[in-house]
Design a protein around this ligand. Structure first.
Ligand code: COA
Ligand code: NAP
Length: 262
């Protein structure tokens, strides 16, 4: 599916926080396929080792909780020590579950905000002096909840809105040496996120509301990440790239009754 030539990221070093499964692992694999040396990081060391094995023999699988600044800093330092200065950092770790605000303790709300928002800040803040500058590219993985309020996800809505502002603020503060962008995936098939957020039997109805009429694939997010950290995107910073089949446009499906008019 990729349209990028082999070797596009040859000589680059990448670190993917939350890269041990799902969308972020897909991003790590794509960046490695294009020639970069890649480290992935999650809480579970066995899962991290398996992910590294799936990426390739040279990949690093590291364990750190993004809520712990010292731990994520140590993982970044190990990557720079083994591979050299970092060219690409992806802040993708996240947690989510469905619960109404009244069914959520303060600690439940804080837990998701800490993983998604503080974790993104920690990952990006901790990597700055380890970056290969100028030219480094940082990517935060956000979500449509940042702009579109959703019942049962008050924690993720608040956290991802904050992530978007972290992206924009760092783009201002760290330009021109470092580019900072976000990717906002739509519903992506075969992921933990959709397992948790889409009740069984709801996929068809969910797809009907998307302009492109389907959920996305992990590889489609990986391609967007490869683009953002490639030489094709050197004038792009501070943007949130929606890779969501048009979900965020907002009006999909409302005029279905009028199809006969078109
Ligand atoms: N409904 C309401 N509250 C919930 C909940 C649910 N479904 N799941 C967890 N919580 C609450 C817990 O009860 C706890 O609050 P309390 O101390 O007041 O009881 C708080 O959230 C923290 O839970 P804990 O299990 O200690 O957190 P953790 O740090 O071990 O795990 C999670 C973080 C909860 C986000 C967990 O689901 C996780 O590890 N997720 C990662 C994978 C993921 O979510 N992938 C999808 C990404 S979009
Ligand atoms: P996933 O497979 O559950 O991936 C989450 C990753 O983060 C795992 O590697 C997990 O490993 C790690 N992680 C979780 N908590 C962590 C912590 N505290 N510290 C360090 N690592 C942690 O989820 P996914 O569905 O692919 O989602 C990936 C990203 O895409 C998330 O940012 C999510 O918000 C975003 N997104 C997903 C969708 C979707 O359709 N799935 C849509 C929009 C946005 P450990 O459990 O071992 O820590």
């Amino acid at each position: 599916m990729t349209t990028f030539r082999d070797g596009l990221l040859e000589g680059k070093v990448a670190f993917v926080a939350g890269g041990t499964s799902g969308i972020n692992l897909g991003i790590a694999k794509r960046i490695a396929q294009l020639g970069a040396k890649v480290a992935v990081c999650g809480r579970d060391p066995d899962k991290a080792a398996r992910a590294a094995g799936a990426i390739g023999p040279d990949a690093l699988g590291l364990s750190a909780d993004v809520r712990d600044f010292a731990a994520i800093r140590a993982a970044l330092e190990q990557t720079a020590g083994d591979f050299g200065p970092l060219d690409i950092v992806v802040a993708g770790a996240a947690g989510n579950f469905l619960a109404p605000a009244l069914g959520m303790s303060a600690n439940a709300f804080k837990t998701v905000v800490d993983i998604d928002l503080l974790g993104t800040f920690n990952t990006l803040r901790a990597c700055h002096d380890l970056l290969n500058r100028p030219g480094a590219s940082l990517i935060a993985i956000t979500a449509g909840q940042a702009d579109q309020a959703m019942a049962l996800q008050i924690h993720a809505c608040a956290a991802k809105a904050g992530v978007n502002q972290v992206v924009r603020t760092l783009a201002i503060e760290w330009g021109p040496d470092v580019r900072v962008n976000g990717i906002s995936p739509g519903p992506i098939a075969g992921t933990e996120g959709m397992e948790r957020l889409s009740p069984p039997g709801m996929r068809e109805a969910s797809e009907a509301r998307i302009p492109l009429k389907r959920w996305g694939e992990i590889e489609e997010i990986a391609d967007a990440a490869a683009f953002l950290c490639s030489p094709a995107a050197t004038y792009i910073t501070g943007t949130i790239l929606d890779v969501d089949g048009g979900s965020s446009v907002g009006d999909a499906g409302r005029m279905d009754f009028a199809k006969g008019l078109s």
